[in-house]
Ligand binder design. Structure first.
Ligand code: FES
Length: 347
């Protein structure tokens, strides 16, 4: 459910990115309390068309109720263009409560992240909350940007280094700029990471790895970590921008005559599936309040539990192995295979 929130601050971070702070009224504080790593879905109606986008929260959970997100301009991105060029203090934006499972509840241990570009946003919240709440926890951040000028949240990250010099380790690489640290410029690909990581930290003893950024970087980092012996269940990932992930032609067309039964906010209904529709499309035709954002298999907003029947997913960059094993699917990517399919949005 969307809530109108007032914009309290818009801060220019780089030429092509801003941080937007929302004012959360006292009666919504509980609703908007977040776990570090979560994102907000925003909605805007422009020229009669509804646009939804998700943006990660950069503030620490310890800073609640301050709610701040990072937005980077993406090419042809109608929402990000609006946010950078038009959004101003005092405006109202429709915002869904925080969601997402790319999270770290603070606990003792050693954690690490490999991020590219705007992928720093949720990891800033994760690292800050962890270091502030857990006096013995350690965090290693390996970040990659095109240039220093393009790096978001430089000051905030430098501040973490100052506040927690013994527990926060930072390696910042630049793909298009020479640097003084002795690290060569260039992309953080599998080979580079495989050589760099063991020199930085005991790779297999790290309790959780958080990968966030463009699809290519995440794939490379995942391969490097697996190659170094890191267990799959210690690697968490979040891809930024659905358009980044490989295009997925629809691999499945639903047979005619299928029926989708869905429970949403405690109410259920059954509707016939039209040709080629996804479960989300069928539900949305009948329940406009069905949750979604990217419709690209990336954000996980449309996650449902499959209660009966069978579906095929076109692609999935949001759900982890244990969620799939527990019967969760992405409604925006699921096509019914059986004559009837029952899903629960509330599960
Ligand atoms: S709406 Fe984003 S994964 Fe389905």
């Amino acid at each position: 459910m969307f809530h109108p929130l007032r914009v309290a601050e818009v801060e220019q971070l780089t030429d092509d990115s801003v941080a937007v702070t929302f004012a959360v009224p006292p009666q919504l504080r509980e609703t908007f309390r977040h776990t570090p790593g979560q994102h907000l879905n925003l909605r805007r109606i422009a020229d009669g068309e509804e646009i939804r986008r998700s943006y990660s929260i950069c503030t620490a959970a310890t800073a609640d109720p301050v709610l701040r997100i990072g937005i980077r301009l993406i090419e042809d991105g109608s929402f990000s263009t609006f946010a950078l060029k038009e959004l101003a203090v005092g405006d109202t934006v429709e915002v869904m409560p925080p969601m997402g499972r790319f999270v770290l509840e603070p606990r003792p241990g050693h954690f690490a992240a490999i991020v590219g570009g705007s992928g720093i946003t949720p990891v800033l919240s994760i690292a800050t909350t962890l270091l502030e709440r857990e006096p013995t926890a350690r965090f290693c951040l390996i970040r990659s940007d095109r240039t220093v000028a393009a790096a978001m949240f430089l000051e905030e990250v430098a501040d973490l280094k100052d506040r927690f010099p013994d527990r926060f380790q930072l390696v910042h690489t630049f793909s298009r700029e020479e640097q003084q640290t002795g690290l060569p410029s260039g992309r953080l690909d599998t080979e580079r990471l495989a050589a760099l990581l063991p020199a930085l930290l005991p790779v297999t003893e790290v309790d959780g790895w958080f990968l966030c950024g463009p699809y290519g970087l995440i794939q490379g980092a995942q391969r490097a970590l697996t190659g170094l012996g890191v267990a799959e269940d210690r690697i968490h990932q979040e891809i930024f921008h659905a358009a980044d992930a490989p295009a997925a032609p629809r691999t499945w067309t639903s047979p005619g005559g299928s029926t989708v039964t869905a429970t949403l906010d405690g109410r259920s209904g059954s509707w016939p599936v039209q040709d080629g529709e996804t479960v989300l499309e069928t539900v949305l035709r009948n329940r406009a309040d069905a949750p979604y954002a990217c419709k690209g298999g990336v954000c996980g907003t449309c996650r449902v539990r499959l209660l009966s029947g069978e579906v095929r997913m076109d692609r999935n960059f949001a759900l982890e192995r244990e969620e799939l094993d527990a019967g969760y699917v992405l409604a925006c990517q699921s096509h019914p295979v059986t004559g009837s399919v029952e899903v629960d949005f509330d599960a």
